[in-house]
Design a protein around this ligand. Sequence first.
Ligand code: FAD
Length: 293
Amino acid sequence: MKISEILKANTPTLSFEVFPPKTGTAFTDVKSTTEAIAALRPDFMSVTFGAGGTTGDYTLDISENIQNRFGVPSLAHLTCVCSTAEMIKERLASFKAAGIENIMALRGDIPKDVTLPREKWAYSHADELMRAIREYGDFCIGGACYPEIHPESKSRREDIAHLKNKVEAGCDFLTTQMFFDNNILFNFLYHLREAGVGVPVIAGIMPVTNAAQIRRILQISGTQLPQRFKAILDKFGESPAAMTQAGIAYATDQIIDLYANGINHVHVYTMNKPDVARKIFENLTDIIGRKPL
Ligand code: FAD
């Protein structure tokens, strides 16, 4: 099923993100983890893609498995850094053959060690990849957006102008980078709508269960932490069990506030943790009118 159809519902949706293994030896473990998350029956699941394509086959295998075994629509991510047009076409052909209808089209972070010289890359930005996907076939296309602006952008105006290009290139919906203060999302949406970008926006929420990991991610992404969340990290960051409980509670609180304020679509960065996904789902059952299976 196309995600654009799912997003037409005027009721809350809840979806989860998983990532593929980096090596074949980890495949079985990651597959069963993603199956445990799919078994909860979220509205859809996204499967990330290692920029450069080295784990692309696993993205496909996991996306296909989620869809075929659990009937959960999958959103396969695809990056265009280090890729020729031919390489992208091959990926699209394999997605199509596997029955994948939804692609999250991304540029990807530029790796330090490129696997293909820059002059051979077919696409410099996600909008160019989206145009290629549109030309290739009838996929529903998602794109990334950044409520606190992308770290490479000079200004919000420039960042939003590029998002507008993505939509003109065929992007059906946007999913946000994680954020920890809902006011940042509300403000971003105001500017996005003012600029004439009307596609559905899915709010990306990260339940933080590991303090060291989130500190690393924050350094790269430029995401701000509100004082209330800093206090949680300082107080509970050294105790994994307490941090997990506090992280789930904080994420749940953020999601309820989003739903209450008319943001119907929430995507949870589960970091391949079925227990975390289940607890968040269970915290929301009466709000979204559905129980995890
Ligand atoms: P772009 O849209 O190309 O934007 C990158 C930068 O270039 C921005 O500053 C933008 O304003 C600017 N820009 C955009 N278009 C143009 C243009 N035409 N001309 C000039 N400048 C332009 N990474 C992975 O490797 N794998 C994943 O699976 C993955 N999933 C993600 C999912 C989500 C929801 C998000 C938010 C990010 C994800 N990322 C993933 C990270 C993403 O690849 C990086 O943030 C990357 O740096 C930018 O990708 P993009 O698609 O937003 O790029």
